[in-house]
Design a protein around this ligand. Structure first.
Ligand code: SF4
Length: 498
């Protein structure tokens, strides 16, 4: 059974972020919230498995709960002259690591750490320095340490090209710089977690970086209902600075407004919350915005998903791939017509979606999106991919308006929006307690992340389940554009009121 002072590479990295995470993992794991999405984990596994073939044939050390079994197997592979060993396991003095790929290099070995991200981050270097330390202490001659991550510039053309898909970054010098501090850090983490009484630890930027900590709710249980951490758009570093200076509650922030140079938007957020202020409406500015629209209005919303390893030609890692849209067509008298598209699961959805879109939205009409930069980026990419449809697609792109503007510039402001202009805050603020517009009442798919995941994994389901998932996706995306219709109505009502 492992001890709290035993450190794997992931536990070491957690300990670097904040040693209290390890203490809580051991003594109060029930306080952890789910912060790592299943999609992120699945992407990591997919990329890790694929990367093993980067150098050619490899020997795999199968997972076992018995670490000594894995280390013995690793030694067997080394002894038998293997050139590449995946999950090569090493254990010394309670420090354990499984190297993603151990690659033979002359009379020594290269450590290759594989990540499903598209760039190198500081915590990866800590991770590699730890592996360097463990392997060296196990008597392995380490020649290089590499980080292998996805190359965001790679565009798939035909067969997958692993050398193009992955970028191999030499991090030997960076890992060496940290090498001497590993023993010290291990000792500090072990001393911290060895106490049985809950150790004190202040909230700080490390609660969010490099990873969102699962214990934020638990460690922040002393915070008032409205605190500096609720101010929309405030940088984490600034919020923690005020927190450490004892300026935490909305009342304390107001009392110190001059000293901390509280900006007008934050002051508005605080004052409207404390005073339960009624909605504020700048009729002139909203009228100006409404004047830019013309009927019929085509309310449009896309759903997209990303593939770390592109399955289709012309796609890069993590490129947004549109697979669904909803379109509510609104006439001046309020009449609505609904159209929608949802690609067949397991297929490249782009061509069929683009063709249907240009049929559904005629040239020259006014289209509306909420946060249109996203929709515009998707349309532009489709136009680049399908030159024969580019004219029609770019016409939609060029005639698009953004429903977010009156909320972003606070022409319409409600305390319930909590300083945010995201539709997820704006909609319930405009229509509180309306079950028809409540995303919680939907089945299966409640947000964009769930929609992406549902489409990406749909082929792994039975036909009956697929039918249900498709129905859930259609209801979810349909609500997105219906919500836009309702938001626009609220703006029109606001300017027509005396
Ligand atoms: S919430 Fe912050 S202080 Fe608490 S365990 Fe996580 S990182 Fe540490």
């Amino acid at each position: 059974m492992s001890k709290i002072t035993d450190l794997s590479k992931s536990r070491y990295c957690k300990g670097i972020q904040c040693p209290k995470i390890l203490w809580l993992d051991h003594y109060k794991p029930e306080e952890a919230e789910d912060v790592l999405s299943e999609t992120v984990m699945a992407n990591g596994n997919l990329v890790g498995d694929l990367a093993r073939s980067y150098f050619g044939e490899y020997s795999l050390v199968e997972f076992s709960f018995d670490k000594s079994e894995m280390t013995a197997r690793t030694q067997e592979f080394i002894g038998s002259g293997a050139m590449n060993i995946a999950e090569a396991a090493f254990l010394t003095d309670g420090l354990y690591c499984a190297v993603d790929i151990l690659h033979k290099n002359g009379d020594g070995w290269d450590i290759v750490e594989v990540k499903s991200s598209t760039h190198l981050t500081d915590i990866y270097i800590e991770d590699m320095a730890f592996q360097y330390y463990v392997l060296t202490n196990c008597g392995i001659k380490v020649k290089h340490v590499y980080n292998m991550h996805l190359n965001s510039f790679y565009v798939r053309r035909g067969e997958l090209d692993l050398k193009g898909l992955f970028t191999l970054e030499d991090c030997t010098d960076k890992a060496l710089e940290l090498y001497d501090s590993v023993a010290e850090r291990v000792a500090a983490i072990r001393a911290y977690v060895s106490v049985t009484e809950e150790p004190k630890r202040e909230l700080d930027v490390y609660c969010n970086k490099p990873y969102e900590c699962a214990y934020k709710k638990y460690c922040g249980r002393h915070l008032p209902e409205h605190s500096v951490f609720d101010l929309a758009g405030m940088q984490a570093r600034t919020a923690y600075k005020h927190y450490h200076n004892g300026i935490v509650s909305y009342e304390e922030l107001l009392a110190n407004a001059k000293k901390i140079k509280l900006n007008p938007k934050h002051r508005r957020q605080i004052e409207s919350t404390l005073n339960s202020a009624p909605d504020e409406v700048d009729k002139a500015k909203i009228s100006e915005f409404l004047g830019t629209l013309s009927y019929p209005i085509y309310h449009l919303d896309f759903e997209t998903y990303q593939q770390p390893v592109p399955e289709f030609d012309g796609v890069s890692p993590y490129q947004q791939i549109p697979f669904q849209y909803s379109l509510h067509i609104e006439q001046e008298d309020g009449t609505l017509e609904h159209r929608e598209f949802l690609a067949k699961e397991g297929t490249d959805p782009r061509r069929a979606l683009a063709e249907q879109l240009v049929k559904d939205i005629p040239k020259g009409v006014c289209s509306l999106a909420y946060n249109m930069s996203f929709e515009k980026t998707v349309i532009k990419r489709l136009a680049e991919t399908f030159p024969d449809l580019a004219d029609a697609l770019m016409d939609i792109h060029d005639n698009m308006h953004d429903l977010m503007i009156p909320f972003k510039d606070q022409s319409y402001y409600s305390a319930a929006m909590q300083g945010s202009y995201s539709i997820k805050f704006v909609l319930p603020a405009l229509y509180p307690d309306d079950p028809e517009l409540d995303y919680h009442n939907l089945e299966g798919v409640h947000n964009g992340g769930e929609a992406s995941a549902a489409f990406a994994e749909m082929t792994s389901h039975t036909p009956g389940e697929i039918a249900e998932i498709r129905a859930n996706l259609l209801r979810y995306c349909g609500l997105d554009t219906y919500a836009m219709v309702k938001v626009l109505r609220k703006l029109k009502e606001a300017v027509s009121k005396n």
